[in-house]
Design a protein around this ligand. Structure first.
Ligand SMILES: [Mg+2]
Length: 302
């Protein structure tokens, strides 16, 4: 599906450039003037050093992009259950984040599918007082009935979908009414065409889209085109490097937490081909070569 997505995105870019219009104009036209986006920020560590780093990044994000929505961990490895100290540290970090940003900002948490249903529900109930915008992947994504159990026990929105592919895998989530928000990844779910169709299916269930995008600037550009023409779009994920990272001739700009509606033809970008060639380093391992294992040698979720 990732290979199909690449071809699909290229075809939308080519056809948009052929007709001289943004791709969203060929997909039904824009339904909004700007696209809300969130940044990755959180307090991972309550030590003095950890708090200082978190404060610095928050200041930078608020100054550079005026973000009004952020997403973070819990980071680290989580087993089927953990002692109170580990749970309490995350809960305290979540409430501290709320204190820092105030009540006009949205805070989301990504459990990354590493909790059991019982632990996810326990932690969600602990943080509900600071009003999270959503918790993402509280548990793994393969069992929509288990996801529904979590959703029904939690008073705020649950999100999932970055590892689900095509309309057919999302269908089961929709029919179970298992979540409030879906997060298809445009570069893995089958491409812009598939993302738009998944969004339409979701609309009938009053489910909103918050497309996953942790890859890079071409994927983000493809997301923005679909976000523009999807009525039930909620918010767009992006990582700092996704805004351009020197790979685009013009980086995307975040202002007051929004990216302006793209106006250029196709995906609205021109790639700096020379810079892209210089930047390719397939030997880079994002996890720094560390084996992601529990203390007993069993495999942990990142
Ligand atoms: Mg995620």
């Amino acid at each position: 599906m990732s290979a199909l997505a690449g071809i699909d995105q290229a075809l939308w870019d080519i056809s948009g450039k052929h007709y001289g219009v943004p791709s969203y104009n060929l997909m039904g036209g824009a339904t909004r003037d700007k696209i809300r986006t969130y940044a990755h920020w959180g307090i991972d560590d309550l030590s003095e050093d950890g708090l200082e780093k978190a404060r610095e990044r928050l200041d930078w994000l608020q100054k550079s992009g005026g973000y009004t929505a952020f997403k973070s961990g819990p980071s680290g490895k989580w087993r089927a259950h953990e002692p109170p100290s580990k749970i309490d540290e995350f809960v305290k970090a979540a409430y501290t984040m709320r204190e820092w940003v105030g009540d006009d900002v949205d805070l989301y948490f990504d459990f990354h599918g590493k909790m059991t249903p019982a632990l996810a529900i326990e932690i969600c109930n602990e943080i509900k007082g600071m009003r999270p915008g959503f918790v993402e992947e509280p548990i793994p994504q393969e069992n929509q009935d288990a996801l529904k159990v979590v959703s029904e026990a939690v008073s705020f929105p649950i999100a999932t979908g970055e590892r689900l592919l095509s309309r057919w895998e999302f269908r089961e989530i929709f029919e179970a009414n298992a979540v409030a928000i879906i997060q298809p990844d445009v570069s893995h779910c089958g491409g812009m065409s598939e993302l738009r169709k998944i969004g339409s299916m979701a609309e009938a269930y009053y489910i909103h889209t918050a497309p996953h995008c942790a890859i890079g600037p071409v994927a983000l550009s493809a997301c923005l085109q679909v976000d523009a023409c999807t009525p039930n779009f909620f918010i767009q994920e992006q990582v700092d490097a996704g805004l351009g990272n020197g790979l685009l001739q013009n980086d995307w700009v975040v202002k007051n937490g929004y990216i302006n509606l793209p106006t250029g033809p196709g995906l609205g970008i021109e790639i700096d081909e020379e810079a892209a060639c210089r930047n390719i380093d397939p030997s880079v391992d994002e996890l720094g070569g560390e084996l992601w294992l529990h203390e007993d040698g069993s495999v942990a979720d990142w």
